[in-house]
Design a protein around this ligand. Structure first.
Ligand SMILES: [Zn+2]
Length: 431
């Protein structure tokens, strides 16, 4: 497709965005100062209201929608989402920028207060700067600058700040998608400013299957374990068969999806947790028991070339083999969550428009990637049936969830230009 060029507008936009440097920094710092830690879902409402007030003063109609009765929602921790919409002067398509406002816990190892928003060496340091309040601030500046430069734009522009992405997005994008907010005819194109690096376009993600495996034994006195049956030893046999018979097989499964980093271009499985016997948080002396239950949670990431039924069968077959070969082995397995792999066609309007923006700002072609983990795009595709969606944002992927997470201010400025150029192309195509 031919890039839509309008040199005067582009130079105006470039200048407006560069002039907004202090604003983009202040906005990011303000957002970081809301400690929107999930779980439990702290400070969602004030953070959503802050975004709402900001966009309302930029001429947007602002609504708040609480993800009622979704996981974690209660009066103490309401799942408050903000959606802002501004109509253009003429009919046309709607372009939506969606960012999550929740962050993960700070964890250990910080050199600064994680919720202060410290500015140092051209960066803003703080929890959520990279993932993804910096991306949200970038999209707000991009959109505001665009509206100022081109007030008679066609179509409509939406910006949302949604909750719970870090815990699956059920009270956020999934809830809004159920209400029709991520479907045609209301919305046509979606950009999610997740931190996938400023010159890359993320088309989707690998699939996920989480499951809990339980092995069963028989309780007895620990001094006479032969009178019982140890569920932890049975789980040891499960881990053993994973090491010998599953991991080597997963390593062999390579994908044509452009997943980054390189190590994720194959099937992977994390052992998320294992627990058997006396509770970990019990701080007295344990009583001498043979554990009769052991639980293991697996986190299997799979490829577009794999079928989810097959993915599950690989694990179940190994458990069944143990059942027939190991004395008294018994187990259950329960699904916790599944998400199918997703890959937007790179010739769709959004990837095209963002690619063109990247060419204009960086003078080179974008890299197309697939995320190793999932994000809210899954709900937009599956519930909203809207497929013209990508993740594109200024943060550096590897910094997400790390101590001393930061965002580079210049990256936000460049990325805002890409977003504003792409926005113009998406709104005006064919007009
Ligand atoms: Zn994120």
């Amino acid at each position: 497709m031919k890039p839509y060029r309008m040199p005067e507008l582009f130079s105006q936009l470039t200048k407006a965005i560069e002039d907004a440097r202090d604003d983009i920094v202040a906005l990011t710092v303000d957002l970081v100062r809301f400690p929107t830690i999930n779980p439990p879902g702290e400070a969602y409402t004030p953070c959503a209201q802050y975004v709402g007030r900001r966009l309302s003063s930029s001429g947007f109609d602002v609504t708040y929608m609480r993800g009622e009765d979704t996981p974690g929602d209660n009066d103490k921790y309401p799942r408050t989402n903000v959606i802002a919409r501004r109509e253009g002067k003429y009919p046309g398509p709607t372009v939506h920028f969606n960012s999550h406002i929740d962050v993960v816990i700070a964890g250990e190892g910080w050199s600064v207060d994680p919720f202060e928003g410290v500015i140092r060496d051209g960066k803003i340091i703080g929890r959520g700067t990279c993932d993804m309040k910096g991306g949200l601030a970038t999209s707000i500046i991009a959109v505001e600058s665009y509206i100022r430069a081109n007030p008679d734009f066609p179509g409509a522009i939406e910006i949302s700040g949604t909750v719970d992405e870090e815990s699956g997005g059920f009270g956020g994008v999934a809830y809004l998608a159920e209400k029709g907010l991520f479907s045609k005819p209301r919305v046509d194109h979606v950009i999610i400013p997740e931190p996938l690096n400023k010159d890359r376009i993320c088309l989707g993600h690998r699939g996920v299957w989480w499951a809990q495996i339980q092995t069963k034994g028989k309780i007895a006195h620990g001094s006479m374990p032969f009178l019982g049956d140890c569920a932890v030893r049975h789980m040891g046999a499960v881990l053993n068969t994973f090491e010998n018979d599953l991991y080597p097989k997963l390593d062999q499964k390579r994908t044509q999806m452009p997943v980054v980093p390189e190590g994720a271009k194959r099937s992977t499985m994390n052992i998320n947790s294992i627990h058997g016997g006396e509770s970990d948080d019990y701080d007295g002396l344990p009583s001498p028991n043979v554990p009769d239950i052991c639980n293991l949670t697996i986190d299997r990431r799979f490829l577009i070339e794999e079928d989810i039924t097959q993915v599950k069968a690989e694990v179940v077959d190994l458990l069944e083999d143990l059942k027939s070969s190991r004395e008294n082995f018994d187990y259950t397995i329960e699904d916790i969550m599944e998400v199918l792999p997703l890959m937007t066609d790179r010739d769709s309007p959004v990837p095209n428009a963002v690619a063109d923006g990247i060419r204009q700002v960086f003078g080179k072609d974008p890299q197309y990637i697939i995320s190793p983990g999932t994000y809210d795009q899954k709900h937009i595709a599956r519930i909203g049936h809207l497929h013209d969606c990508i993740a594109y944002g200024p943060g550096i992927l590897d910094l997400a969830h790390q101590p001393d997470e930061f965002i580079i201010i210049d990256d936000m400025i460049q990325s805002a230009k890409v977003m504003a150029f792409a926005l113009h192309q998406l709104l005006t195509r064919g007009t």
